[in-house]
Design a protein around this ligand. Structure first.
Ligand code: ASP
Length: 353
């Protein structure tokens, strides 16, 4: 009898043991699935500026040129992310491609100031550390986004401006370009048209190019999520045509033009900088997610379709959240934009859909 009871107890213990092992195995499978899923999840989204971008003002060849440059840029960042690179590397390298193109108002294609110079602004933010770097009003930096990154990594500061920023750049081994590098005939013509309109209307300050009906075309920006779940964002611009008095827009201002936080999202803005500063656009989107529990799409809609226009401003954002959801929200006629997910699906847009 005793032996039977002992055998019975042993069988029960063995079966409990087996069940536990089974449970552990299931847990292990689930958690490794979650990890793999997490590791496979990444994404990238870019903009090349928002504004009065209308199909009727665009030739087929120019449209094609924009689309192929956007695709070239986003594929650079996507490849970095696919190979396990950081979101910050993807953001800066993607922006470099657009900075080097005369199509966009950043780097090579920067717009002209009233004094017929080019003053460039840029910023980056790392969502993992909430570290940030920015430069404003630089005139000799070929790729201002790289200098913004260096301010973040190599200086104790967040934002440097003008000559001081360029001194820092030299110390960090950046090669300074002659300001004439930024000359493009298109941007120069645009400034002249605005100046002529100013004279005709005897208005003191105008930013509206009567030909394109806008003066803030082509700022570039990028937001990315990497395989480690880290977010980053960056923005680079020449600002607004005919700007004076060392005007600085939203692009180099953390919280306005750029924001990234691993707890919420990464955002890059483009539009009328004065309003984007006052609305703290990029941080506001993150804050609506963090404090009010809004989704990324809801938060971006709230800020871009309500808050900014209520103030009188216009523009848009691209953003990606910690789960890889993407939004490309704008209240202007168009915004140059593109998105790629982990599967490699590519979406490119210019006008409203
Ligand atoms: N936001 C930029 C600025 O105001 C312009 C733009 O986005 O095109 O400087």
């Amino acid at each position: 009898m005793m032996i039977r009871i002992l055998t019975f107890i042993c069988l029960i213990l063995i079966s409990i043991g087996c069940k536990n092992e089974e449970k552990k195995a299931i847990e292990a499978t689930n958690s490794s699935e979650i990890r793999t899923e997490r590791a496979d999840n990444f994404g990238i989204v870019i903009h090349g500026g928002a504004g009065t971008i209308l199909k009727e003002n665009m030739s087929d060849s120019l449209e094609l040129a924009y689309k192929s440059k956007l695709e070239e840029a986003i594929r650079v960042g996507h490849e970095i992310l696919k190979n396990g690179g950081t979101a910050m590397e993807a953001v800066t390298k993607t922006i470099n491609v657009m900075e080097d193109s005369p199509l966009f108002n950043a780097g090579k294609g920067a717009v002209f100031t009233h004094e017929e110079t080019n003053e460039l602004d840029a910023s980056v933010m790392d969502g993992a550390t909430l570290n940030a770097g920015a430069v404003a009003g630089v005139t000799q930096i070929k790729n201002p986004i790289d200098l913004a990154l260096s301010v973040m990594n190599d200086s104790p500061h967040v934002m440097l401006s003008g000559k001081g920023a360029e001194l820092f750049a030299k110390e960090q081994g950046f090669v300074l370009v002659d300001p004439s590098y930024f000359y493009t005939q298109n941007r120069f013509n645009s400034l002249q048209r605005i100046k002529m309109a100013e004279q005709e209307k005897e208005t003191k300050v105008s930013f509206a190019d009567p030909f394109i009906k806008d003066s803030k075309f082509g700022t570039v920006g990028c937001a990315a999520l990497d395989k480690n779940g880290n977010l980053a964002a960056g923005t680079s611009t020449g600002g607004m045509t005919n700007k004076r008095w060392n005007r600085i827009g939203d692009a180099p201002i953390i919280g306005a033009g750029t924001y990234a936080n691993n707890a919420t999202c990464a955002v890059s803005s483009t539009g009328w900088g004065e309003y984007f500063i006052r609305a703290m656009v990029a941080h506001d989107i993150s804050a609506l997610m963090e404090y009010k529990g809004l989704s990324l799409a809801e938060a971006a809609k709230e800020v871009i379709q309500k808050k900014v226009p209520q103030l009188g401003g216009d523009g848009g954002v691209v953003a990606i959240d910690k789960n890889g959801n993407v939004t490309m929200e704008f209240n202007t006629a168009g915004m140059y934009r593109a998105h790629m997910n982990a599967k490699g699906d590519l979406k490119i847009g210019i006008y409203k859909e």
